[in-house]
Design a protein around this ligand. Sequence first.
Ligand SMILES: Cc1ncc(COP(=O)(O)O)c(C=O)c1O
Length: 404
Amino acid sequence: MDSEVDRYTASTPRSAELQAEAERYLPGGSSRGTAYFAPYPFFVERADGHHVVDVDGNRYLDFMLNATTYVLGHSNDRVVEAVREQAANGLSYSTPHESQVRLAQALCERVPSVEKVRFTNSGTEGTLNAIRAARAYTGRHKIAKIEGGYHGNHEYVSVSVYAPLDALDPEEPTSVAEWPGQPPSVVEDVITLHYNDIESTERILRENAAELSCVIIEPVLSNFGYLPADGEYLARLRELTTELGLIFIFDEVQSFRLSQGGAQEQMGVIPDMTTFGKVIGGGMPVGAWGGRADLMDLFDPTDGPVVSHAGTFNANPMTMVAGLATLDQLTPEVYERMNALGDILRAKLRAVFDELDVAVQVTGIGSLFGIHFTEERIVDHRSVLRADRAMQQKLFTGYSMRAS
Ligand SMILES: Cc1ncc(COP(=O)(O)O)c(C=O)c1O
């Protein structure tokens, strides 16, 4: 480990200088918690295809692609061309541009649950507005989420995301504030559920149904190494939410990478609303939520609206044209190839770890994967926490510290 870090620091002196300077102006040197790793992250100069090149000229094979965003790789020709052309005609305006109609049309045509959609500038705003719609529609204020699930950075989803084992009730899913000073009322209004545990989920939803507005879930849970939900669990959740009058929300900010219709199409479970981000903006800042027309029409300004939704850069044409240029290239054949490559990668990783006699669980689906150092099958937040985190850190460090 030490030799890997030494090799890294020796080959990244300019990044070290920039990090030191950055820390004078930005907490931790950046504007994004996940951008940091010890001893310091390398600063990127440019990217192309599936590589990034740092300010010292080191080239890295990029498995992150800005948190799964660049589904076609960095600086895809057609996306760059669309953005260049749009930039010459204005970056954003106060009234609509046709590109947002076309991207909305593409999502409505591709995603089974989406009859209407609204765009934002982040996935965080997408989940925020979907939850707001559920509350306004049902007139109830509580929400249910999976213990360990991440849905962005706003208050109501920042409950029990990274909660450590010792903060959790050993028997029951537990709602834990993510930072000091988070209002207790927020934590009380967020009911947590154990992923893939039908029995306790059903009991908790029934107990809280009178105050609950919605259940929000990632059908492929990214924090658990892109672990797909059990088909039976999702199907039962669909039935239960319908029976109890709750709005069922799929967060597909990441899993929209799996097929033209997202995970919901692959898994055959159709929610009431879906949230999006990343891929649909072609690499420009983006988010969205969409779903049943009666829920989305709460935001209709021609007749109200019941719920307001504003945002200076919402559906800006730079994002819309980049998103369209990306979706246009995402044909069923492309998804098939990406998903097959993911299968090969997972199989090869398992084979390598087997050969090295390392206890590991390789999770994931399609082009998404995760690695957990444990003999225990990964099923939920707690099984993820019980895996050997130090080993994971070593793997990350060892990999990141080696330019290709
Ligand atoms: C599942 C999920 N939901 C929501 C978000 C929030 O998206 P953004 O970072 O664009 O706010 C993310 C971001 O990683 C995510 O993975």
